[in-house]
Design a protein. Structure first.
Length: 76
């Protein structure tokens, strides 16, 4: 429920935020929003803050998957 990425980390892992996530109604309850310490809003999935990976350049790329055994693609 708290973002742990700041400073240079955000250059590689920009925050993901949508006021409303367009998902199936059955999944909608899994998404929420937190306000980070820097005041920015961030979307969460099952309480975990969501990020993009700067190394992904095309839709569907998941080059950050499993990186340093910390970063994982969100999946229902």
């Amino acid at each position: 429920g708290k973002s742990a990425c700041a400073g240079e980390c955000l250059a590689k892992w920009p925050i993901y935020f949508r006021e409303k996530v367009a998902v199936d109604a059955a999944l909608a309850a899994n998404f929420g929003t937190i306000t980070r310490e820097d005041g920015q809003k961030q979307t969460t999935y099952k309480g975990m803050p969501l990020y993009y990976f700067a190394g992904d350049k095309a839709p569907g790329e998941t080059k950050g998957q499993g990186l340093k055994e910390v970063w994982y693609v969100a999946a229902p």
